[in-house]
Design a protein around this ligand. Structure first.
Ligand SMILES: N[C@@H](CCC(=O)N[C@@H](CS)C(=O)NCC(=O)O)C(=O)O
Length: 206
């Protein structure tokens, strides 16, 4: 079993953090792909994932699985303990709801800002200042909403740490950290961030 990845970025560390939380990082062989030199955009890599993105899981039967959450799902089913995606039908639905809300909300807005501002993406996407403006405004609204949501919960989806916390941490890595600033305006989000930052798994975001 292999995972094609690179050290930085926001998505490969989501999967590594998930594997560390499960205590199974060592069961996987990591293959480094030279994204800086566009190796992921060349035919050899695109034969594994036509989107050219990372991470990609290669199973022993030759199946390729892209998309961080899909890769995490594979490991959740094959190594159920500790659960990071809920156990009962209700818990699984609640965790998925929160993970999607974070991924389609704050994470996406922060990702939009990064892709539309960094020089690295200049020849890869059409950069648009309007997307950055809307992204900043939307990210701020998401932070306000999440701050209220976290008033009575330790973690994003309830009282236990789940994949939704890893996704929110990835959004912080992408830029939400600078949006909440000192945290004075977002005390619950700041408390959540300082709490989860203690976890060894999240040091993968660097
Ligand atoms: N939705 C995908 C996104 C994957 C993605 O965009 N990965 C980035 C790294 S964070 C990538 O491969 N970037 C290199 C490129 O687009 O050339 C996931 O959840 O894994």
């Amino acid at each position: 079993m292999k995972i094609y990845q690179f050290k930085s970025g926001a998505n490969p560390p989501r999967v590594r953090a998930f594997l560390i939380e499960k205590g199974i990082l060592e069961t996987v062989e990591f293959v480094h792909v030279d994204v800086a030199n566009g190796v992921n955009r060349q035919p050899e890599f695109k034969a594994k994932n036509t989107k050219g993105t990372l991470p990609v899981l290669e199973l022993d039967d030759g199946t390729f699985v892209a998309e961080s959450v899909a890769i995490c799902r594979y490991f959740e089913v094959t190594y159920p303990d500790p659960p990071l995606m809920g156990v009962t039908a209700k818990d699984q639905a609640v965790v998925e709801m929160w993970n999607r809300r974070i991924e389609l909300g704050l994470f996406r807005h922060c990702d939009d800002i990064v892709r539309n501002t960094l020089e690295f993406f200049q020849d890869k996407v059409i950069q648009d200042e309007a997307v950055v403006r809307v992204g900043r405004q939307s990210a701020k609204h998401e932070c306000e909403w999440l701050d209220a949501e976290l008033l009575e919960r330790r973690y994003v989806a309830g009282q236990t740490f789940t994949i939704a916390d890893i996704t929110l941490y990835a959004a912080f890595f992408l830029g939400a950290r600078s949006i909440i600033g000192s945290g004075a305006q977002y005390p619950n989000l700041a408390r959540w961030y300082s709490d989860v930052s203690q976890r060894e798994s999240l040091r993968e975001f660097a």
